[in-house]
Write a protein that binds this ligand. Structure first.
Ligand code: ATP
Length: 720
């Protein structure tokens, strides 16, 4: 990569567009004091992105813009453009020529352009760092600032050396990685915050889902239990129904038969002959008594008739004697008297015999024998008839009595049967009532079963198939099952599965979101880890390169130092400055505990030690102006030698050198020019003589710096 040209327009004293070509490896800029030479050096700083106005002798951006003079009006903007030949692609851009331009406007706004396109300052800085053009400007040595490397703090010095060693690119990378790490950490905090925010909701949803799952399990348990319960109930109802029907069959039939029999017995018992038979018997007995009376009367009459007939026969034999009536009457009265006195049979027999003796001697008067005989036959006939009649009645009574007797027996049997039947029937009715009650209960069970079946269908949709054998378990087991069902139903109700699908969906979404965030966090952690590793690696690289670089610089430093001073020695050393840094406690005044809790920060810096030949001087502060200039030139050149920058600008770095040292300086310039393009602003003839191209700067009364290419001899004239 080679610096082709720089073009100033409106920058400081360069009011007009002024291009400088750098065709040679050493370009010298000469001119009288105040003509604008240093403005050119500063234009390099400017275009390379210098942010410190002070280092460009200004206070603000506007100070960089041509401020006008009596002859030339002030400009609105200052622009500087650098052009590089990039055919070796040292700058990572696919262009043979790369231009970098910076423009500052009066309002202080800066534009950076890369090949004409607006870019960020960072883009410019990063691009240049690839070509070892760092931002510390170590390759632009301003007027009077050559010993800056000596006056700087060890830490600043370290930065300058890092820059010179081309470690800026690594530093940029490390910074970039650090920024990314910060950003990653911030993202991680955000993601963590999001997860923290999500956590209680997720926890809540998780608990809900658990409840829902428990309820689902409950529902499944319920379905299984319901299925068994209902199946058992159905089996129970149908089997018990059959059983009851079987048990009812016989007693019902018997009851029916018994009822019929009872009715029949009742009917037949109500038809008994008792009363009718008794009155008939009375009638028959009266009839019998009447016949007996008639028989007695007929017998008495027959006796009288037969007596008369016998009297007739005696009379006939004895010529008839009769018994006086008075005598008969007397006999009857005595018989009666005897009867009334208690009736002595023997006395009555005496009486009767006597009377009969008398009668035998008393003839009857009145009736003829024929009449008496007719009468006798008549009476005998009558008696025979009465005897038949009596016989007949006696038979009838006996028959009736027998009939009545047997009827009485019959009705007693019927009654016995009736009572037995009624007893049996009431016995049957009791057991039938029991059976009916069971039937009634079963009917209720069946109703309940149907109701429960409907309920289960509504509650559970469908029931699992189940095979339940009727294992004749006690009915209580089924009741226990139902109580369990009720308890399950209550628990299910309490679980309240209202908007379960919504909760499940939200839980899933939230879980997914959380998982996404977790993955993102893992990714972030991974990239944070990678970044930390990168930073560590870069730090290591920087460390080794730095240590390595210091070694190399030391070799060159020693060489240049000896060359400049004709002896002595010089070296750089890495030092670790321990610095107490107050922690958070700083914000809380007087908080001793916090102050005690401080960090010790180790800062690495670079110290310079020198030993002049034949002198005992060791400290930098004891050097003369010239010695200081020589020491800093030795160091600057050593740095540039180890890692040559594309170009090096030296603004009157040689001002303090005497003739002998000017020559040595000239030699060193030529050595450096092998690897870097040199732009030297100088009044020194020796230095001028080493340049391939010379530019003379002049300033007229218009205050505008003008550029002219000059020959060596002309340059000497211009410089004066
Ligand atoms: P020396 O040899 O004495 O170091 P030099 O050639 O380096 O001088 P510079 O310091 O580059 O001279 O130029 C200084 C000149 O530039 C001054 O005359 C100053 O007035 C002029 N100048 C600086 N800034 C501006 C500006 N913004 N507008 C116009 N002129 C400016």
């Amino acid at each position: 990569m080679r610096l082709k040209s720089i073009e100033l327009s409106g920058f400081k004293s360069f009011a007009k567009k002024t291009p400088l070509e750098f065709a040679s490896s050493i370009t010298s800029i000469v001119g009288p004091n105040g003509s604008g030479k240093s403005n050119i050096a500063e234009s390099f700083r400017f275009v390379l992105g210098e942010q410190s106005m002070k280092s460009m002798r200004g206070r603000r951006g506007e100070d960089m813009i041509w401020n006008g003079s009596a002859a030339v009006p002030r400009a609105g903007r200052a622009g500087v453009k650098l052009v590089f030949d990039n055919s070796d692609r040292a700058l990572n851009l696919d262009f043979d020529e790369v231009s970098i331009e910076r423009v500052v406007h009066r309002d202080g706004v800066n534009d950076y352009l890369l090949n004409g396109s607006i870019v960020r300052l960072r883009d410019v800085a990063e691009l240049l760092s690839q070509a070892n053009i760092g931002s510390s400007g170590h390759h632009i040595i301003s007027q009077g600032e050559a010993d800056r490397v000596l006056t700087a703090s060890s830490r600043e010095r370290r930065e300058m050396i890092e820059d010179a060693l081309g470690l800026t690119a690594y530093l940029y990378k490390r910074e970039e990685a650090g920024r990314k790490l910060d950003k990653t950490a911030e993202n991680m905090r955000e993601v963590q915050a999001l997860r923290r925010e999500l956590a209680p909701h997720l926890k809540f949803l998780g608990a809900q889902v658990k409840k829902i799952e428990q309820a689902q399990a409950l529902r499944e348990d319920l379905a299984v239990l319901y299925a068994e319960y209902l199946k058992r109930e159905q089996t129970y109802v149908s089997i018990t129904k059959k059983e009851l029907a079987g048990e009812l069959h016989e007693p019902s039939a018997e009851h029916k038969t018994l009822s019929e029999r009872i009715n029949h017995l009742r009917v037949s018992l109500s038809k008994k002959l008792d009363d009718k038979g008794a009155s008939e018997l009375v009638r028959l007995e009266e009839e019998s008594r009447a016949v007996a009376k008639k028989q007695e009367a007929a017998n008495r009459e027959l006796g009288a008739v037969e007596g008369e007939l016998r009297a007739h026969e005696r009379l006939a034999k004895e010529a008839g004697g009769t018994v006086p009536v008075a005598e008969a009457r007397g006999f009857a009265e005595r018989v009666l008297k005897e009867l009334e006195a208690g009736g002595n049979i023997a006395a009555l027999v005496v009486l009767a015999k006597e009377f009969l003796r008398r009668l035998t001697h008393t003839p009857t008067a009145g009736h003829s024998k024929g009449e008496l005989e007719t009468k006798k036959a008549q009476l005998e006939k009558e008696l025979a008839h009465l005897r038949t009649q009596e016989e007949h009645t006696r038979h009838a009574v006996a028959k009736l009595r027998k009939e009545l007797e047997s009827e009485k027996d019959l009705s007693r049997d019927a009654e016995r049967e009736l009572f037995a039947a009624m007893a049996r029937r009431s016995e049957l009715e009791t057991s039938l009532a029991g059976l009916r009650a069971r039937e009634e209960m079963l009917k209720r069970d069946e109703e309940q079963y149907k109701q429960e079946f409907r309920e289960a269908a509504v509650l559970l949709g469908h029931l699992p198939e189940t095979e339940v054998l009727f294992d004749d378990e006690p009915r209580e087991a089924q009741a226990e099952r139902r109580r369990k069902l009720e308890r399950l139903k209550i628990r299910l109700e309490e679980a309240g599965l209202g908007n379960s699908t919504e909760v499940l969906r939200e839980h899933q979404e939230t879980t997914e979101r959380d998982a996404f965030l977790e993955r993102e966090l893992q990714d972030l952690e991974l990239s944070a880890g990678k970044l930390r590793q990168l930073i560590e690696e870069l730090t290591k690289t920087l460390e080794t390169r730095f240590v390595d670089g210091i070694d190399k610089i030391n070799t060159e430093f020693e060489k240049f130092f000896k060359l400049m001073f004709g002896g002595g020695s010089a070296s750089l050393a890495i030092v670790k400055d321990k610095k107490l840094r107050r922690g958070a406690g700083e914000a809380h005044d007087g908080d001793e505990e916090e102050i005690v809790d401080t960090d010790i920060e180790v800062e690495e810096g670079v110290e310079i030690s020198i030993a002049l030949p034949h002198k005992r001087i060791k400290g930098l502060h004891m050097l003369s102006g010239g010695e200081r200039a020589l020491t800093s030139i030795a160091l600057i050149f050593a740095m540039s030698q180890v890692n040559p920058p594309p170009f090096l600008i030296l603004d009157e770095t040689d001002a303090a050198l005497d003739e002998a040292n000017s020559r040595r300086y000239g030699d060193m310039i030529e050595t450096l020019a092998r690897h870097s393009q040199l732009i030297v602003i100088t009044h020194n003839r020796e230095t001028m003589s080493r340049a391939g191209v010379l530019y003379g700067i002049t300033m007229g009364s218009d205050g505008v710096s003008k550029l002219l290419s000059v020959k060596f001899e002309e340059a000497l004239a211009v410089a004066k």
